[in-house]
Design a protein around this ligand. Structure first.
Ligand code: FAD
Length: 476
């Protein structure tokens, strides 16, 4: 039986894991310890979220208003993509459905049929979230599933450091089975027979033993990577962006319930409006842009005064081949990171925690649980990777070496297949597990100028006249 769970690291990943496991095992004999080092610090970016975070907070019993106040949050209805398909064009990828459920097949196939009939309908017309975002408004979705206003969702822009602090207070005030230790881990002992981790040693000589370890140590991947030897699967051939210059500015955008992602000649720049400030970051591929060029571009695209010196953050699109190895699972950056586009970092933390909770064994041999966890995490990474590559690939841009590289690069087989299906008749591979579903693929693909070649057989029962009428009715 697992009795002592040790979490190494206190960034967003560490504190989300601490809150989830402490609540799960509250009033049981399982004890949770989190070790973090203020001297090392956290990555400190990660301000845009996706709607799933609401379910995570719900499970922790967190009140949404309380959470929003504590994290200086604003509402997020989607992302405004600027200059992606072509310079000068923009579209919103909103949270929620594309259109409205249709009787025979998905709305996307109706839309494609209407497109062939020359109706020339922008995708923006078919999302309540996009309409609200463009008007600078927000309302909660309706709970009535028959209502059009139930077809969208929402997330938040948050101050991630404040979220970690909020979860720390929650853990320290509510869970008697939890404790936090400040200190730097400088040595790790493994069992000489099994290879399992036995204890973490701090700089001051403290030895902390555990049965199960959660590696939330960030990019260094101290336990799963450095100690247990999990290999890094490099995704940078398809996702060359590997750096970001980031700094907050003092201006606010009170009527902007969405993030902005503006493409540039070697990557893109984010703008995330919080209640008290704006988060900004210029993401770029160092192969195609120097740090100095990125810094200049970053400043050129800013309005407002910077509140901190811009920092260059290095990363590599990658994930571990084994997120769970021996008696240790990696959560957060220690497991992997695709890139900041579409804000999947915090979601991947949440996904790993939920899967761990489902699979955490009550017996000593957990080979099958570990294999299943690793399979599911690898699957998550693959699907997110494909969706992120889509943003770069469905583009007419060829105005720089970066965009020409993207245009000519060989796609991963899984994406080749998904894209061929989508381009052929508007089929989006639907999967039981995974993050971005049909509407997301439709918004990005069509928003950036993707074309569906032929009508789906599932719309053949409609005459042209009836197809046109059905679509315009939904549009109205
Ligand atoms: P970290 O924040 O690095 O925390 C690591 C922890 O481990 C720290 O507490 C550190 O002190 C501790 N530690 C490390 N070594 C030791 C040691 N030897 N001893 C003791 N403690 C140690 N995600 C989103 O969802 N939305 C976004 O908009 C977003 N934007 C991003 C932009 C960029 C440029 C990057 C790089 C990431 C972004 N992310 C985003 C991802 C997000 O930042 C991370 O998923 C999130 O911050 C979690 O980080 P972490 O807790 O895994 O690691």
């Amino acid at each position: 039986m697992i009795k002592k769970i040790i979490i190494a690291g206190g960034g967003t990943a560490g504190w989300m894991a601490a809150a989830a496991f402490s609540r799960l095992f509250n009033h049981s004999s399982v004890h949770i310890t989190l070790i973090e080092s203020d001297a090392i610090g956290t990555v400190g970016v990660g301000e845009a979220t996706i709607p799933h975070l609401r379910y995570f907070n719900d499970k922790l019993g967190i009140n949404e208003h309380d959470f929003m106040r504590a994290t200086n949050a604003t509402f997020k209805l989607g992302i405004d993509f600027i200059n992606w398909g072509k310079i000068g064009e923009r579209y919103i990828h909103p949270f929620g459905e594309f259109g409205f459920p249709t009787p025979h097949t998905s709305f996307l196939k109706y839309w494609a049929r209407a497109d062939k009939l020359g109706l020339n309908l922008p995708t923006d017309e078919f999302s309540i979230a996009t309409h609200m975002a463009r008007k600078g408004k927000f309302a909660y979705p309706s709970k009535n599933e028959q209502s059009l206003t139930s077809t969208f969702s929402y997330a938040f822009h948050i101050d991630a450091n404040r979220y970690a602090q909020y979860l720390r207070t929650l853990c320290e005030n509510n869970f008697s089975n939890f404790n936090r230790i400040e200190g730097k881990i400088n040595n790790i002992t493994q069992n000489t027979t099994t290879g399992n981790i036995e204890a973490l040693h701090l700089e001051d000589g403290t030895r902390i033993e555990g049965d199960f370890f959660i590696d939330c140590s960030g990019f260094r991947s101290l336990l799963v990577g450095e100690t247990l030897g999990a290999k890094t699967i490099d995704l940078s051939k398809h996702l060359p962006c590997d750096r970001a210059v980031a700094a907050p500015t003092d201006e606010t955008y009170p009527n902007t319930p969405y993030s902005q992602a503006t493409a540039h000649s070697a990557g893109w720049q984010w703008r995330i409006p919080l209640k008290h400030r704006t988060g900004n970051g210029c993401v770029y591929a160092s192969q195609f842009m120097s740090d100095d060029e990125a810094l200049n571009l970053f400043h050129k695209n800013l309005s407002g005064k910077t509140l901190a010196t811009p920092q260059v953050i290095k990363f590599k699109a990658s994930h571990k081949n084994l997120s769970w190895s021996h008696n240790c699972a990696a959560v957060g950056l220690s497991s992997g990171f695709i890139e900041p586009l579409e804000s999947t970092g915090i979601h991947l933390i949440q996904t790993a925690i939920i899967k761990l909770i489902e699979l955490l064994p009550s017996h000593a041999d957990y080979t099958h649980e570990r294999i299943e966890f690793n399979r599911q995490m690898a699957d998550e990474y693959e699907k997110i990777r494909d969706f992120i590559i889509l943003h770069y690939r469905i583009s007419e841009r060829d105005d720089s070496e970066f965009w020409r590289y993207i245009k000519n690069m060989e796609l991963p087989d899984s994406l080749k297949n998904r894209l061929a299906l989508l381009e052929e008749t508007g089929i989006v591979d639907t999967y039981q597990h995974g993050l971005f579903l049909e509407s997301s693929w439709a918004y990005v693909f069509l928003g950036q100028g993707g074309q569906i070649k032929s009508n789906s057989t599932q719309t053949h029962h409609l005459s042209d006249r009836r197809a046109r009428a059905a679509i315009t009715k939904i549009q109205r």
